[in-house]
Structures are given as structure tokens and as C-alpha cells.
Ligand binder design. Structure first.
Ligand SMILES: C[S@@+](CC[C@H](N)C(=O)[O-])C[C@H]1O[C@@H](n2cnc3c(N)ncnc32)[C@H](O)[C@@H]1O
Length: 260
């Protein structure tokens, strides 16, 4: 089993990744970011939605959101969060490697470093191609990860995250000539320690942009945060957004004109 298929991992480390604080921050971010300024009724695919930290505020803002995730326990948490918020979100158990719903969405998002999980470059490209196929012509796909150039600024220094009843030590190691990142997490709760290693692709801005190009997106934009600030050394995130090319305008054919 690959690390990302391990439901226990997502459940055990949920307090670190999906804290109430982060949920509140994202609600503010979705309300203020130009990247989420969608008209009511916009059909949004939240790919690898987790416990619906983005799906809930997007639905509150009037979007018609579908959340897709591989983990049943994460989808249960998503359902509970949507019910508590009183929003209607369609939740689907699915694998981003295979999930396609042709031309169903106006926008697709994959956020909080939920991209690059697959060992082979082609598989991560397939995720983008699948999203392309699930978008209507003119629809947009947004990926948000931690960028390689930014990781280079802090790599090597272990970090400690304090939780109310536990703490987590995070150590990161660059692998395979800076193409992949291994993160080792140790959670210490009372007398028990839980360790996990996760490995994912590490993208620089031009590499992720190139992947979007290869998947067939156009007008590819790169940002350093959800406020659309440029990507640079002090960027908080690496955000890439591309558009599935709109259909060319169809020529009006006059009946009986002989097709000339
Ligand atoms: C880092 S979490 C991010 C969740 C959410 N996007 C957020 O911002 O809180 C990554 C999520 O990806 C899901 N996941 C892992 N592998 C997946 C796959 N192959 N297909 C779909 N979802 C997957 C996990 O279950 C987890 O909920």
C-alpha cells in the first residue's frame, strides 16, 4: 500500500493538517481571494478534498461543489462538516489518478499539497489530464503546493508542531536530485510515538507550469499565494492555474447555401 492510501495516516495526523484554526483561516481566505471569486452557481471540483476545509466555504459562497477523496474517513469528516455548516456538497469517493467526469465543472482545485503523490511523473500528469477532461472548455484548474524554491529556504531544519495533547516533529529530506521530498513525521502523544514517512514530487514553478502545458492547459498563471502575489523567495505557496482552451466559435451555416 502507498502512504497516501493509508486511512490511518490521514486520521492520525488530522489534528495537524485539518485543525480548527486552519479551517477558520481558509474560510477567510476563500472569502477574500481573487482566485475564488466565482459567480454563484459555479460548478467546482475539489480534488482530494479531505474534510472539506475548502468545500464548505465555497459552497457557502454559492458554488455547486463536488468533493472527491480516496479516504472514506476523510469523506465522513467532510460530510459532518458540511452538515454542521448547513451546506449541500456532493461527496464522492474516488482516486484522482482515474477520476474523470467529462466536461462537468467550471473550476477544479487541488490544494494544500495534494498533488505529486504518485511515484511516476506520468501519473501526476494524468491527474492534470483527468482534471482537464472534467472541465468544460474554458474551465480552469488550480494546483496549490509547497514550491521547491521555497522549500530550499528552510530544508534541513526540523520543525515541531505543538498540539493540545501531543506534539509532532517534522523532518524533510530532499531525494533524487531535488525531484522528490520525503517528510518524516513523528507524533508523540503521552508515552506513544507514531512515525510515518511520506514521499511526493517536489515541483519548482517552471516544472509545474510545464506539466500544465503538457496536459493541454493554456493561459497558465503562477502565483505565490492566494492573494495572487508573485511567486518568489518569500512566497508562502506555489499556485499554478491553467485554462482548458475554450471551443473555437462555430461558424453559422445558412441552410441551402450549398455549403460554400
Ligand atoms: C493534504 S490532504 C489535503 C486535503 C484538502 N485539500 C485540504 O486542503 O485540507 C490530502 C488529501 O488527499 C487525499 N488523497 C490521497 N490520495 C488520493 C488519491 N489518489 N485520490 C484522491 N484523494 C487522495 C487524502 O485522503 C487527503 O484527504
Amino acid at each position: 500500500m502507498h502512504w497516501y492510501e493509508d486511512d490511518d495516516f490521514w486520521v492520525d495526523f488530522a489534528d495537524v493538517m485539518f485543525s480548527d484554526r486552519r479551517r477558520a483561516e481558509i474560510a477567510r481566505l476563500v472569502g477574500g481571494s481573487p482566485l475564488f471569486d466565482h459567480p454563484p452557481g459555479t460548478r467546482v471540483l475539489d480534488l482530494a478534498c479531505g474534510p472539506a476545509l475548502y468545500a464548505v466555504p465555497l459552497a457557502r459562497a454559492g458554488c455547486r461543489v463536488t468533493g472527491v477523496d480516496l479516504s472514506a474517513p476523510m469523506l465522513e469528516r467532510a460530510r459532518a462538516a458540511c452538515d454542521a455548516a448547513g451546506v449541500d456538497v456532493r461527496l464522492v469517493r474516488g482516486d484522482m489518478l482515474t477520476h474523470v467526469e467529462p466536461e462537468r465543472y467550471d473550476e477544479a482545485i487541488n490544494v494544500f499539497t495534494s498533488f505529486g503523490y504518485f511515484d511516476h511523473r506520468e501519473d501526476n500528469l494524468t491527474v492534470l489530464r483527468n482534471a482537464w477532461a472534467s472541465l468544460r472548455p474554458g474551465g480552469r484548474m488550480l494546483v496549490d503546493v509547497m514550491g521547491k524554491e521555497v522549500v530550499a529556504g528552510w530544508i534541513g531544519r526540523p520543525q515541531v508542531v505543538e498540539l493540545p495533547d501531543a506534539y509532532v516533529i517534522q523532518r524533510d529530506t530532499v531525494l533524487d536530485e531535488w525531484t522528490r521530498l520525503r517528510t518524516d513525521w513523528t507524533m508523540v502523544r503521552g508515552e506513544h510515538a507514531r512515525e510515518v514517512s511520506i514521499t511526493s514530487h517536489l515541483y519548482g514553478a517552471s516544472e509545474l507550469r510545464a506539466l500544465f502545458d503538457e496536459a493541454g492547459f493554456v493561459d497558465v498563471e503562477v502565483y505565490g499565494d492566494f492573494d495572487c502575489s508573485p511567486y518568489g523567495q518569500r512566497a508562502r505557496r506555489l499556485i499554478v492555474r491553467g485554462t482548458r482552451p475554450p471551443n473555437p466559435p462555430t461558424r453559422a451555416v445558412t441552410e441551402g447555401a450549398g455549403g460554400a
